[in-house]
Structures are given as C-alpha cells and as structure tokens.
Write a protein that binds this ligand. Structure first.
Ligand code: SF4
Length: 164
C-alpha cells in the first residue's frame, strides 16, 4: 500500500523511500520532523475549531475542513516545497478515489507567513499514476538504492544510517 509518506520520499530520495518501505522507521528520531509536527499543532491555534482529523483507515489527514472541503498541511520551511505539494496532491487524489470530490489543499508555512493552494488537474492525476508505478518498482528492488549525497541529507532522519 502506497502512503503519502511514500510519495513524499519518492520526491526526496529513493534510498529513503526504500528504507521507509522496508520498515526502517527513523522519523521519530528526527528533530526536524518533531519540530514540524509541533508547528502544525501550535500554528493558528485560534482557528483550530475549523479543522477535524480525517481518518479513512488507508489515509489519515490531520487538518480537514468538511464545510469548505479543504485539506491543510503545515510545514516548517518551504525548502522541500515540491515534495510538500506532491504530498497534498496525493491526499486530494486519494480522497477523490474514495468518492470525496472537489477538495482543495492549502499548504501553509507559518514561519514564513506564506501559503499556497494545491489542486488536482488531469495532468497531475496522470503524474500520480506514474509516481505510484515508479514507487512500486523502487520498493520491490532487492537492494537499497545507492547513496546519492544531497543537501537534504543533513536533515534526514536516516543520516546516521547512510553516513556512519
Ligand atoms: S541521508 Fe541522504 S541518501 Fe540517506 S536516506 Fe536520507 S536523503 Fe537519502
């Protein structure tokens, strides 16, 4: 089963995607992930009543506004914005597949006082099917994809695994 984490990691690092899929979960050890979650909880606390957690079993979304049909994702920094956008697009895609149509996404960066709207188009739906096929191919590989050093590595939860 492909999750939103698979989609995010596919856009960040195929090695990370493979390790995550094989059950090597390091995210809880990551200060960056912990801080991101805290920002999500603390930001816009005055608007908290608007948002509900949506848990469909195969999909859990922290902030869903059923009246406005809006999914919100809060991030610490826009440095990895392309992966954040892909994550929200995947939420919208899965919701649509579950029969919940017309949902829009909003990606918020409270520290930068910035936000952007995320929507689905036919082109993105097609892209997502391509991402899913590639993810299936990568996670089925017998060997962990080779280490390709990138700026993101220094904040990655798998840093110790890759560089010790
Ligand atoms: S430390 Fe770098 S190479 Fe290793 S999993 Fe993370 S992003 Fe990928």
């Amino acid at each position: 089963m492909i999750s939103a984490s698979h989609i995010t990691y596919y856009h960040l690092c195929h090695r990370k995607l493979w390790l995550h899929h094989r059950g090597m979960r390091q995210e809880d050890n990551s200060a960056a992930v912990g801080e991101g979650k805290l920002i999500g909880k603390q930001s816009y606390a005055h608007r908290a009543s608007r948002w509900r957690e949506l848990n469909l079993g195969f999909l859990k979304i922290d902030h869903f506004d059923p009246r406005e049909k809006l999914v919100r994702e809060v991030k610490k920094s826009p440095k990895l914005e392309h992966a954040h956008v892909a994550q929200v697009q995947y939420y919208l895609y899965l919701l649509e597949k579950a029969g919940i149509d017309g949902v829009q996404g909003i990606l918020e960066y409270p520290k930068q006082r910035r936000s952007r709207t995320v929507t689905l188009t036919d082109e993105i739906r097609q892209d997502i099917q391509g991402w899913e096929a590639e993810i299936e191919r990568i996670v089925k590989q017998d060997h962990c994809p080779a280490l390709v050093k990138k700026a993101y590595c220094q904040n990655c939860a798998y840093r110790d695994f890759c560089f010790v």
